[in-house]
Ligand binder design. Structure first.
Ligand SMILES: O=C(O)C(=O)C[C@H](O)[C@H](O)COP(=O)(O)O
Length: 241
């Protein structure tokens, strides 16, 4: 069944943003990230191999939840669906893009950078949005400010998010997860260094970063009590109090 964007955003604290040049990299890369605890993957349409990579991951790595990113044209939505994508990510939002995603039967995580774009997405019933490019648009301060008029909107900040600042984002009550390309450095892909990618994923996966972001000391009992919750996003919010 096609997941909702709320489900996609609640599945893992970090969504690796992937640029796959060679489709042979797709399956080992996806397996490395899943092994590191990051099952939600965004394959950007920035390379000619992207759609083939999505199809291969869908076929061979069933534990992964793979979506297509850099959706900037209406036609991308159908292409992504045909390749087997489970969701769509765009750097922006238009009414036509929203309609095309719906026609393709996939949830869209649209990028927004302004209050007007949040309103536009809201008019289509969307409350789960990508904040892009996050650092360049004011980072955590902007997200805090947007919470005033839009308290029920949840964000996936992407663009400039790094190991050094991702906890700052995850500690905000209106952030469910972050996206970033740092999990799959081009050098590691070129070298086929999948262990390095698994290590990078492990450093940011699981409930631990969320607990740390909430300023809580590591407490296995507290975390296991939320591990069984149906909605991991809600669990993360509970952790933050
Ligand atoms: O291609 C897309 O769909 C985008 O929206 C852009 C990506 O999300 C960012 O380029 C990731 O940003 P970095 O983690 O700073 O590299």
């Amino acid at each position: 069944m096609t997941p909702t964007i709320a489900e996609v955003m609640g599945r893992a604290p970090v969504i690796p943003v992937l640029e796959i040049e060679d489709r042979a990299q797709a399956v080992p890369l996806a397996r490395a990230l899943v092994a590191g605890g990051l099952p939600v993957l965004e394959v950007t349409l920035r390379t000619g191999a992207a759609l083939e990579a999505v199809a291969a991951i869908r076929r061979e790595v069933p534990e992964a939840l793979v979506g297509v990113g850099t959706v900037t044209r209406v036609g991308h939505c159908r292409e992504a669906a045909d390749a087997g994508a489970s969701f769509l990510v765009s750097p922006g939002v238009t009414e036509r893009l929203l309609a095309a995603a719906e026609a393709a039967g996939l949830g869209l995580l649209p990028g927004i950078a302004t209050a007007s774009e949040i309103i536009l997405a809201g008019e289509a019933g969307l409350r789960h949005l990508k904040f892009f490019p996050a650092e360049a648009n004011g980072g955590t301060a902007a997200l805090r400010a947007l919470r005033g008029p839009f308290p029920d909107v949840r964000f996936c900040p992407t663009g400039g998010v790094r190991p050094q600042n991702f906890l700052d984002y995850l500690s905000l009550p209106n952030v469910l997860c972050v996206g970033g390309s740092w999990l799959a450095p081009a050098s590691a892909l070129a070298a086929g260094d999948w262990d390095r990618i698994t290590d990078l994923a492990r450093q940011v996966s699981g409930e631990r970063p969320r607990a740390l972001a909430a300023g809580q000391p590591w407490d296995d009992d507290a975390l296991s009590s939320v591990a069984g919750e149906e909605d991991p996003g809600a669990a993360a919010e509970d952790l933050r109090g």
